[in-house]
Design a binder for this molecule. Sequence first.
Ligand SMILES: Cc1cc2nc3c(=O)[nH]c(=O)nc-3n(C[C@H](O)[C@H](O)[C@H](O)COP(=O)(O)OP(=O)(O)OC[C@H]3O[C@@H](n4cnc5c(N)ncnc54)[C@H](O)[C@@H]3O)c2cc1C
Length: 753
Amino acid sequence: MDSASASIPAAKNLVLVGGGHSHALALRMLAMEPLAGVQITVVSDVAHAPYSGMLPGFIAGYYTYDEAHIDVRRLCQFAGAHFVQAECVGVDVSSKKVLLKGRSALAFDAVSINTGSTPRMDNVPGADTFAIGSKPVPALLQKWNSIIARAKSGSRQSIAIVGGGAGGVEIALCMKRRLGDQGDVTLVHRAPEILETHNPKVRHLFSQLLEERGITVHTGEGVIEVRNGQLLCNSGRTVEADHLLWVTSASPAEWIANSGLKTDTNGFLLVSPTLQSVSHPFVFGAGDAATIEGKPRPKSGVFAVRMAKPLLDNLRHFFNGEPLRAYRPQKEFLSLIGTANGEAVASRKFLAWRSSLMWQLKDRIDRKFMRKFEDLPLMPGMAEAPEPASGARTDSLADEVSELRRRSQMRCLGCAAKVGSSILTGALDRLRSERSDSPALALLDHAEDAAVFAVPGGMEMVQTVDYLPALVDDPLLFGRIATLHCFSDIFAMGALPHSALATALVPFASDTVAGETLFQLLSGVVDVLEETGAALYGGHTAEGNVLALGLTCNGFAAPGSTMEKSTPACGHSIILTKAIGTGTLFAASMRLKARGRWIDSAIASMSLSNLTASRILREYHASACTDVTGFGLAGHLLEMLRPLRRIARLDIEAIPLLAGAVDTSSGGILSSLHRQNSRAMHGLETPEAISRHAAYPLLFDPQTSGGLLAMVPREKSSDCVAALIAAGYPETTVIGSIDDAAPAAENAALIRF
Ligand SMILES: Cc1cc2nc3c(=O)[nH]c(=O)nc-3n(C[C@H](O)[C@H](O)[C@H](O)COP(=O)(O)OP(=O)(O)OC[C@H]3O[C@@H](n4cnc5c(N)ncnc54)[C@H](O)[C@@H]3O)c2cc1C
């Protein structure tokens, strides 16, 4: 979390649903001028949102993935907003909650919807099943990558595109350009002419272009049914192709109308000129997802971009209790449609100008727009958010924030720094009501001040404690990662998880904001406890400057059944179950130097429980096992080797690395713990070539919720790796072996290459 949002206590929650063009720009502006006193959470189903203006150019191969996508995760960090990667499935307008697929709902004081649109596919039988829509874009790009791969391997591909608007025509030209002789492209359009919303000269220009490029065009053909590889048209014509793409008129997500929000006749969120829902003024909407009452405009990225500023201004006014201002969208706009040969056609009213200059203009505009999201300065001002000038605002938010500031300055320490009991009770009540049948919460109702439980007869109790400040800003995700991290020692020992007591540190904020943070945090904890078969027995909370979580974890084990870490057997193979690199990646993320997708894969790795891996390693008779955490791979391996002075031979090439970890570490971005960890170097015998290897610094990289490191009999190691991969640990690898040789002499290096 950036210090701007941390320095002013949050009094209200704003949830931005969708990382579309309007929200992306609004976030950029928020970084420059924060919305003081408001905790902003962005919900997006993707970490990298495609930029529509460059999408056809990306398909044609003119732009790279990063050039054509907005890194929403990184942008949120820049803006001091929490990023929650999840799909919104509805808004509960009565309890003011955003409903998410597969995770707890998010409470809000205001919500803004900028989730775009998808082509309508439900009105033609078979379209949903046999064709792929131009949106969601990630699915389209996945399909396109597979088409390209097949074409590259020499197999000629045929594509039929339904929809002859600007999107369909541009995609047709770009796909043909990229496939060349390896592809046939056909365009099918319902109206008598393509591009019917553009002037006749533009239509003529593109009709000629399509013909010149060998693209077959069928106009006046409405598709009435789609079958596998076939489009059936109302004239009786059948168009056959290997791949069917759907680029027809925009349609809204069904959840908007299903949420009880008033919509236009097509189901788009109906908003007033202030961009507020006409039925629920605390719901805002922008971009394709919304239609302004009395001022409908084409569903185009141009409008989504233009709406960003009025949307943000009105959100500010809303929270500050000021009158909102009407936004008047322009009626005409200049379209620049690429022709996939270094030219573009400028289209506006009666203008039709095809020229390379127009492509240069379009390219310059698009690149300039995207630079706003790529070049994110670490502004000195980010550290200190501007204080609301005293007496400058008399609205309710300003009053609430100044009251919170006053209270935050007067906050007592010791026991008085605890989160208020009503906040805790509220969060726990909500957990109980939303997850009434969760076994992880079954004992919480009867909890005493201290946990009391019986250790089953003949068993031993295994107990561990760990604590970490949040490294991701989504409290639920952090709760999950922290719980897995804290339980990791229990898993590594092969004990049966039983229970946990939580110590939660929640940033000082209003009761509503702190309560929501605590609820989300505990939801993440409970998710893991449920999967693990353990229960939450109680805990304590406190207010702090940052979100943090500690857990005391309990497990049971039959005497002598636990896996120990310091007993690696001679000749055994060394297995690592997860890739390494979280330390450098999150250090880079803090400096806005990590790509969102690198952080995505690091999060996926950290969110993976070590429980099953531990069971498998036990089945394969691991002689020793530990989890890789703060000391890094080398530090933890040395811990395992030292007691018996065993020697490990590591294969540096085999060590699995998280995507981006080499980029960030070789760029000199290392975790603050790295320097201390690299003191372990004296325990390594490192040839020159190894010390220059790109993976070498990562041996000392501290891991959060890292994988298990275990020694398994050599003859069983391939089967063990296969079993771990099949169980969902795809990065599992044999990274070396324990020497058969006699123990190393005192002070001799224990890790060799
Ligand atoms: C092929 C093609 C080319 C185009 N070219 C142009 C062009 O050159 N210029 C132009 O102005 N317009 C163009 N358009 C139109 C343009 O794509 C849209 O009008 C524009 O993207 C709308 O922007 P938006 O911000 O409303 O939504 P989007 O850009 O669609 O962004 C919405 C975001 O919300 C996310 N999201 C969606 N649903 C959910 C959910 N339930 N939960 C969480 N997140 C969600 C999506 O992943 C996405 O990142 C083109 C369209 C197509 C199909």
